[in-house]
Design a protein around this ligand. Structure first.
Ligand code: ATP
Length: 527
């Protein structure tokens, strides 16, 4: 049986004295961590919270996140992770939709919970960093007792993260013990000799998001490794932690890699202790990958996946021969293919990536669909969304990723862009990623994003938002000219705007809706 609790228990049994968590200079062993999760589980039991009850974790990356996460699973509960950047309005929906009974949070965030508590089923608010009105401090909440063992089957729900809600209300993604354990185990085996008990992982990717939660945190905990949480991204701080603790595993989103190479002292960073650099969450521009690997020894492994797929479905390993610009091959145990709107399989091309200027992309692209033990059971209480998300074919349930891509005969997949980011301008389709890749090659560009903005004549027009490098001397017209010489005319940005920074989610994705609307309204639901 693949169950998250038995996986952790096995690691505790085998690596009891190893460090499970390293945080701000102190270390917690596996045995100590097991005791802490037990005390949290016993506290839930004591308050009548048990199997299938929802416990919301509304925290940045701090050790109590891990305690509440694994403590909840030990009573058979379901974790609802919530972005700590969310405000009352955003968590209100998540808490009422999930019917969470408990919220574990920081004292500063407690007021957001109490503001909406009346409209929800929340009975207990726990503050992990001391007293706050309306909350119980974690030390008072914990029960120094052993919880009962609750058996969980593969298909019991373990975690219910929410999509970020770019198309309507956020949807609760029901992930089972089987989904998450299979992916954490698959993720641990993707590198040569797997994740080892002597590995030390940088824990800066947000734990409320599936990438940080499964691929980094659980893959480390299930293999006896040490996990070093960092509550927020700061390139200097992250690199210092890697250097000081000699971390061996570093995962990040492309924006983090770009940030590292753009630091003024980037050439002095020593990342030689790192044996695995993983990237995912969005496509890493080829130029960013090239510069990073030019500066530092470790090669970058690119993974692809979604919350709904727990997450990894594809993996591009530099060791086994990768194709730069590809998301790699389907991971063992998972199946995927590219299909047309009529759900007909699209033929692979000979070898990729292809020169998009020469090929007619539309004959070779389609939507990437996947199936496997990692695919969610469905969205919580949303039969219509489930109907749309899946296609049943000869007994196989295919999940629609919403990503446009193609594949080559050797099994490498390529993501062209997200379907919903496609710009239709004067009847032509433009995928922003292609234009962004080109912009990253320009020496004056530190960061870039491309989006479609409304245009009376063309429906939409291509606009580039650019963060210039500190000493750049470049004009908007020069950027337009550069794109025009390298791209078909309809793809080049007719508008260019220089900005100080791009609006991003905590998982490093550019919030294109904010660029399009040209506002910075915090009350927007994050993309
Ligand atoms: P929502 O679905 O609500 O918009 P989201 O985008 O934050 O939320 P995630 O599950 O975090 O949802 O992201 C999944 C998407 O991330 C994929 O569908 C794909 O578009 C993108 N993605 C992830 N890894 C890669 C990669 N290596 N290359 C290209 N795109 C990627």
């Amino acid at each position: 049986m693949t169950n998250l609790v038995t996986n952790l228990a096995a690691a505790v049994e085998e690596y009891g004295e190893n460090t499970a968590i390293g945080y701000q200079g102190s270390e917690t062993s596996y045995e100590e961590f097991w005791g802490q999760t037990g005390a949290f589980a016993a506290a839930l039991e004591e308050r009548g919270v048990g199997a299938d009850d929802r416990v919301a974790i509304y925290l940045p990356n701090v050790p109590p996140f891990l305690i509440a996460f694994h403590g909840t699973l030990r009573v058979g509960g379901v974790v609802v992770p919530m972005n700590p950047q969310y405000k009352a309005r955003e968590i209100g929906h998540l808490l009422s939709d999930s019917e969470a009974k408990v919220v574990v949070t920081l004292s500063d965030l407690v007021p957001f919970v109490t503001e909406v508590q009346d409209e929800t089923s929340v009975e207990h608010v726990v503050s992990v960093d001391g007293d706050a009105d309306g909350a119980t401090a974690l030390e008072e909440f914990l029960e120094p007792a052993d919880p009962d063992v609750v058996d969980r089957a593969d298909d019991d729900i373990a975690v219910q993260p929410y999509t970020s809600g770019t198309t309507g209300q956020p949807k609760g993604v029901q992930l089972t013990h089987g989904n998450l354990a299979s992916n954490a185990n698959a993720a641990s085996k993707l590198i040569p000799d797997g994740i080892r008990p002597d590995d030390k992982s940088l824990g800066v990717l947000p734990l409320f998001h599936i990438y940080g939660m499964t691929v980094v945190m659980n893959a480390s905990l299930f293999n006896g490794g040490a996990f070093y949480p960092l509550p927020e991204w700061d390139a200097q701080q992250a690199v210092s932690l890697i250097e000081d603790e000699e971390l061996t595993i570093m995962h990040g989103v492309p924006a983090m890699y770009n940030d590292v190479i753009n630091q003024p002292n980037a050439e002095e960073f020593d990342l030689s202790s790192v044996r695995l650099c993983g990237v995912g969450g969005s496509g890493i521009p080829v130029e960013v990958l090239r510069k990073f690997e030019e500066l530092y020894e470790p090669k970058v492994y690119e993974g692809y996946g979604l919350t709904e797929t727990s997450p990894i479905t594809h993996f591009n390993s530099p060791i086994e021969g990768r194709r730069v610009g590809s998301i790699g091959k389907t991971v063992p145990g998972v199946e995927s293919k590219v299909v047309t709107e009529e759900f007909e399989a699209v033929d692979p091309i000979e070898e990729g990536p292809i020169d998009e200027e020469e090929a007619d992309l539309h004959d070779i692209t389609g939507e990437i669909v996947v199936s496997g033990p990692n695919v969610m059971t469905g969205y919580y209480g949303l039969p219509e969304a489930n109907e749309e998300a899946f296609t049943e074919e000869d007994g196989t349930r295919w999940f629609h990723t919403g990503d446009i891509g193609y594949r080559d005969e050797d099994g490498f997949f390529y993501v062209v862009d997200r379907e919903k980011h496609m710009i239709v301008t004067g009847g032509y389709n433009v995928y922003p990623r292609e234009v962004e890749e080109l912009l990253f090659e320009h020496e004056a560009v530190a960061d870039a994003a491309v989006a479609g903005i409304p245009d009376e004549r063309r429906g939409e027009t291509v606009k580039a938002f650019i963060v210039p490098t500190p000493d750049a001397d470049v004009t908007e017209d020069e950027i337009k000219e550069y794109c025009l010489t390298n791209l078909a005319e309809y793809k080049h940005p007719r508008e260019v705007e220089f900005v100080e920074e791009l609006p991003r989610t905590t998982t490093g994705k550019v919030q294109k809706f904010k660029l399009r609307e040209g506002d910075d309204d915090d009350s927007e639901v994050a993309e």
